[in-house]
Ligand binder design. Structure first.
Ligand code: ADP
Length: 628
């Protein structure tokens, strides 16, 4: 007969014996069952089963042979043997001889005297002598899990049918209790795993947040390595970064061997390095991880000593894991962890480190970008500062040079002017052929002309540097812009007359109020008018107007000259810039008139600009805030 799951069960009614005795036995069995089904720890349960079986049937010894995966006895709890006897017997049996016979039979066996049984192979030395034997199998879900062995029935020569029956019943309860205990053990394990995973994820989350808040690369790497050590509870961790993040084209050194650089390591007795150090790519686990892009694990370095970095050789490292750090499609390096015990990195630990590695990669990548940007910014700022210094030195030099040149230039101009005048006078009154050599007179004339130009240049230069450095103050007053224009027209009229250029001023009837420094504003308009004359052909007309444009009052000067090419319309306001139209002509010029004009306009919260006039020529405009 067999149960639904295929395991043999004790047959129907209890075999012989006094009813009262049977009731006592059943009560004892019931108590034993309650006890064993209440035990959830597998080891304690196995021991309990053996103990209650021995008490229940009244025998000297009991044992439980639990089968392992290989079909042999893996565990062998006993009852009735003193610790000393157990120690003397030594290693538990694996299941040969009679025990094997019983296991392979898969059913209950009673042997009156094992000493006489031909199938026995004998006891190990120091084993107490045993006589009668009862073997009862334990089945769970159609699978034989082990045998209960009882020996040396007390008070009788051998085990009887009623012993067999009661132990078989106990075996079915034991099977139930074992199933329950196994489920319990599995539950405990699952629960522990879930707890571990949750703790791991929480730690991961906290660490990732901390890492993402850090922007300094060294700080990020220190956090990453320390967190890896804490998360996995291991001996050490390191981050190795490639000098040039990329894969699989790895940088090679002069010997042709690929290398990369360890930026930080922590958790080991002493850090591997906190400074960049070259490490061999070919003979390391980290190198393999970079080259394959796949996490590498060595469960026992004793088996694969080559995988340990030379710098780490000799340290108590038994297992290693290396996770490639990848961000934005680039391999940045490797995150490695080291344990001082073998098999420290199971699938769970690897998974955790990979998840952590992904977060760490992003943080490292961001920190690198930040560092690059910071260095770039710092370099740009340094460069700007350098340019400012150079500019300042140049200004200082120009201003000092101009200042120093002014007095000797005045002397040269006045002296040469006087000499030239005298030469001309004497040549006029002298007898023909007795005056100065005309070539000499011409040369002295050139000296006068050039010294005048140089003086104009020096004056403009001094003027501009003073304006730019705020060394000139304006005398602001309310004035009529029409008066400024009229005065400027009067001042420049000789220029226009000399070149036959008709100058027309179109001024409004009404007062054009602005606040400004009259001589300075006249200086600007005079510059625009003289440029209009200078850069227009003889006979070409020039018009000056005053127009209102929104909140501004504008003076416009329109000429019929060559105009200014669009790409040069800003540049002509820079110092010494000459438009490409005039770079090679001989027009007297300092290249400082317009920069001075713009600076003066800006000091009035106004502006000077140029645009192309319809039909050709330029329109220069001085725009000033209208003051009613
Ligand atoms: P300068 O006239 O002494 O050279 P400016 O600063 O006044 O110095 O002018 C700068 C340059 O702008 C001139 O050299 C010239 O090339 C150009 N420019 C100025 N005014 C005009 C104009 N009305 N038409 C064409 N080009 C002009």
């Amino acid at each position: 007969m067999s149960a639904a799951d295929g395991s043999p069960v004790p047959a129907g009614s209890a075999p012989g014996g006094a009813p009262e005795q049977q009731v006592q036995q059943l009560l004892a069995l019931n108590q034993a069952s309650v006890a064993i089904t209440g035990e959830l720890e597998v080891e304690s349960l196995l021991q309990l089963i053996v103990d209650v079986a021995r008490t229940l049937v009244g025998c000297r010894y009991a044992a439980l042979g639990v089968l392992g995966e290989d079909g042999y006895i893996a565990r062998f709890p006993t009852s009735g043997l003193s610790p000393h006897e157990q120690e003397q017997i030594g290693a538990p049996p694996r299941g040969h001889g009679l025990l094997e016979v019983m296991l392979r039979a898969g059913r209950t066996l009673r042997i009156p005297d094992i000493r006489l049984d031909p199938r026995r192979i004998g006891f190990p030395p120091h084993h107490p002598p045993m006589t009668s034997l009862l073997g009862v199998p334990i089945w769970i879900g159609g699978r034989l899990v082990g045998d209960l062995y009882l020996s040396d029935k007390i008070g009788r020569a051998e085990f009887g049918e009623e012993d067999e029956w009661i132990v078989q019943l106990l075996a079915t309860h034991a099977a139930t209790a074992l199933t329950k205990a196994q489920l319990h053990a599995e539950n405990v394990e699952v629960l522990a795993r879930v707890r571990r995973e949750r703790a791991g994820l929480q730690a991961l989350y906290r660490v990732t947040q901390a890492i993402n808040r850090a922007v300094d690369l060294q700080e990020v790497i220190a956090l990453v390595t320390q967190a890896a050590v804490d998360l996995l509870d291991v001996a050490g961790a390191a981050v190795h970064l490639l000098e040039h993040p990329t894969a699989p084209d790895l940088p090679t050194d002069s010997t042709g061997a690929a290398h990369f650089v360890a930026r930080y390591a922590s958790g080991l007795a002493e850090p591997v390095t906190t400074e960049a150090a070259q490490l061999p790519m070919d003979r390391s686990l980290a190198g393999r991880a970079v080259q394959t892009g796949i996490t590498q694990v060595v469960q026992d370095t004793a088996q694969e000593p080559d995988t340990v970095f030379p710098v780490l050789a000799g340290k108590p490292l038994r297992s290693l894991v290396a996770v490639p750090l990848v961000a934005s499609g680039q391999t940045l390096g490797v995150l490695s962890a080291y344990a001082d015990r073998p098999d420290a990195f199971d699938a769970e630990a690897v998974q955790l480190l990979e998840a952590f590695g992904a977060a760490a990669s992003t943080a490292i990548h961001n920190a690198e970008l930040y560092e690059e940007a910071r260095l770039g910014r710092a370099a740009a700022e340094r460069e700007q500062e350098r340019l400012r210094e150079i500019e300042h030195m140049k200004d200082e030099f120009l201003s000092t040079a101009a200042h120093e040149l002014r007095t000797p230039l005045t002397t040269i101009r006045i002296s040469a002017g006087l000499a030239h005048e005298q030469m001309l006078l004497q040549t006029e009154v002298a007898m023909p052929g007795a005056g100065f050599d005309p070539r000499l007179v011409h040369l002295v004339g050139l000296v006068v002309e050039s010294s005048e130009r140089m003086q104009a240049l020096v004056n403009d230069l001094l003027d501009l540097t003073r304006l730019e450095h705020g060394r000139t103050s304006l005398h602001m007053e309310s004035l009529d812009l029409r008066e400024v224009v009229r005065a400027s027209v009067d001042a420049t009229r000789p220029l226009f007359e000399a070149r036959d250029q008709p100058l027309a001023a179109h001024l409004p009837e009404a007062y054009c109020g602005v606040r400004g420094d009259r001589p300075r504003l006249e200086q600007v308009v005079i510059n625009l008018l003289s440029n209009a004359s200078k850069y227009s052909p003889p006979g070409a007309p020039v018009e000056v107007r005053i127009v209102r444009a929104g909140a501004a009052c504008c003076v416009t000067v329109r000429d019929h000259g060559p105009g200014v090419p669009p790409e040069e319309r800003e540049q002509i306001f820079e110092r010494f810039y000459r438009s490409s139209h005039h770079r090679n002509d001989r027009t007297a010029s300092t290249g400082l008139g317009l920069p001075i004009a713009r600076r003066i306009a800006e000091m009035h919260r106004g502006r000077v600009g140029v645009e192309l006039a319809p039909g050709g020529g330029s329109i220069f405009t001085l725009a000033l805030p209208f003051a009613g």
